[in-house]
Design a protein around this ligand. Structure first.
Ligand SMILES: [Zn+2]
Length: 77
């Protein structure tokens, strides 16, 4: 997925590694399954991807494993 289009029309680049537009999320319940030294790949696999549109500050979160289906959250006015 090289890029995704925000509702405001901005193209969010997904090709940079690490990606300055991307955040990784994990629930407290999922994180609690890890302890001590952990395998970063196993942790990564449990994380959800969140993108931040730098123009409108919308958050696009990929809640499911289907990488093309993001839920968009807009700032309140
Ligand atoms: Zn936007």
């Amino acid at each position: 997925m090289p890029s995704i289009k925000c509702s405001c029309g901005t193209i969010i680049n997904m090709s940079e590694i690490p990606n300055p537009n991307e955040w990784l999320l994990i629930s407290d319940v999922e994180y609690d399954n890890f302890s001590g030294q952990i395998d970063s790949e196993k942790l990564y696999m449990k994380m959800k991807t969140m993108l931040v549109c730098q123009k409108c500050k919308r958050l696009l979160i990929f809640w499911s494993d289907k990488i093309r289906e993001a839920t968009s959250y807009k700032l309140e006015d």
